[in-house]
Design a protein around this ligand. Structure first.
Ligand SMILES: [Fe+2]
Length: 379
């Protein structure tokens, strides 16, 4: 049954986690962007998402347009404002294009709201029921780091294309997918000295357990450093690493993010594939830019990670990184930032047993990011 990622496997595997906030998975990730129409085209063409739903002037929504895209179980919502002023414009003005809502799929959005707000979560919006001819959805929301929000979504009584108010998006242009399956983890960057505050938030307010931590000795190069702790819910479906900058000789990449995003926010969305070589070569063919990995990384790869199924020459050709832990190994690769500000990027990950996050790759990777920072004059 381990190979069937579509069936619900909700048993608790992290015993330190608490049971008051059961989460079934990521429901959707909503980005506020300057031009949702063009962003939707980018994610369809370059990342292989399919258009599934739309809301805007044609559906009676006057102040915004939203495009809903899907690939595997990953649902992206791209939203732009239709006039001046208001919350979405303010978000874009401050942060550029970025993740606003990390929505979580629950069985009871009211209970989720009560359990978290009674433990100190700040309210983003109170529970509300939205209805249309396809049924009803209950939503509620709490605030997390920066201006990011967790929306709790109970869609058990709904069978429309996305949420009430959205209509099916019929497009003649549906490029093939690239094999992306589900959100593996989403990483938050927070400001200096704030990591433990947010680790505590996920532990106390959401009942998460701490999976692992890295300090600046694990994750540093000659110039840049960061600290990171990984929080997970009980069934492991929701994993949120939290990063903060650490002192190095030059500016940390986390600090660069904080500067350009004007505060804390989502740094990367890691999306899983069953065949990273196929996925990454398809994305490259479609114009996605990935971080460059030094060729020397591969010279002693097998000494570091042991036997792997993949041909090292092919990994080298695509710049795919490999790391091993006690349980197996993983393959991963990171895109360059997807907007002009050096903020949000994507990680493509294929797990072959390993449940970790590629600690052994951090140094090689950060040296690559530093080369990019240097070219931006922000190192
Ligand atoms: Fe990651």
């Amino acid at each position: 049954m381990a190979t069937d990622t579509t069936s619900l496997q909700l048993e608790k595997i992290f015993t330190d986690a608490e049971d008051f906030l059961p989460l079934n998975g990521t429901d959707y990730v909503e980005l506020y962007v300057g031009n949702a129409k063009q962003a939707a085209h980018f994610y369809k063409t370059a990342f292989g998402f399919q258009g599934v739903a739309y809301a805007g002037l044609e559906t009676g929504v006057k102040d915004r347009t939203s495009y809903v895209l899907q690939q595997g179980k990953i649902r992206l919502v791209l939203t732009s404002p239709l006039g001046e002023g208001g919350e979405i414009n303010a978000h874009i003005n401050k942060h550029g294009d970025g993740v606003k809502n990390v929505a979580l799929w629950v069985d009871d959005a009211v209970k989720s709201f009560n359990e978290t707000t009674s433990r100190g979560a700040e309210v983003a919006f109170e529970p509300k029921v939205m209805e249309d001819a396809n049924g009803k959805v209950t939503l509620s929301a709490i605030k997390t780091y920066g201006e990011t929000v967790h929306v709790f979504v109970d869609r058990s009584q709904y069978d429309g294309p996305f949420l009430p108010g959205f209509k099916k998006w019929e497009s003649h242009y549906q490029p093939t997918d690239v094999g992306l399956k589900y959100v593996d983890h989403m990483v938050g960057n927070v400001d200096w000295g704030e990591m433990n505050k947010w680790v505590e938030f996920y532990a106390k307010v959401m009942g998460f357990a701490q999976l692992v931590s890295f300090d600046d000795k694990d994750i540093s190069t000659e110039y840049t450093a960061l600290m990171s702790k990984v929080m997970t819910n009980g069934n492991g479906r929701i994993k949120f690493p939290i990063n903060e900058p650490a002192e190095g000789k030059k500016k940390s990449q986390i600090e660069e993010y904080i500067d350009f995003y004007s505060g804390a926010g989502v740094q990367h969305i890691a999306v899983a594939t069953d065949d990273i070589v196929k996925t990454v070569s398809a994305m490259k063919d479609r114009g996605v830019e990935f971080l460059y990995v030094p060729d020397t990384y591969y010279d002693d790869l097998l000494d570091r990670v042991g036997d792997i199924d993949e041909d090292v020459a092919i990994l080298r050709e695509h710049g795919i990184l490999v790391d091993r832990d006690d349980e197996g190994y993983l393959l991963q690769l990171f895109t360059k930032p997807v907007s002009d500000r050096p903020t949000l990027f994507f990680e493509i990950i294929q797990r072959k047993g390993a449940q970790s996050f590629g600690k052994g790759n951090f140094k090689a990777l950060f040296e690559s990011i530093e080369r990019e920072q240097e070219s931006r004059g922000t190192l």
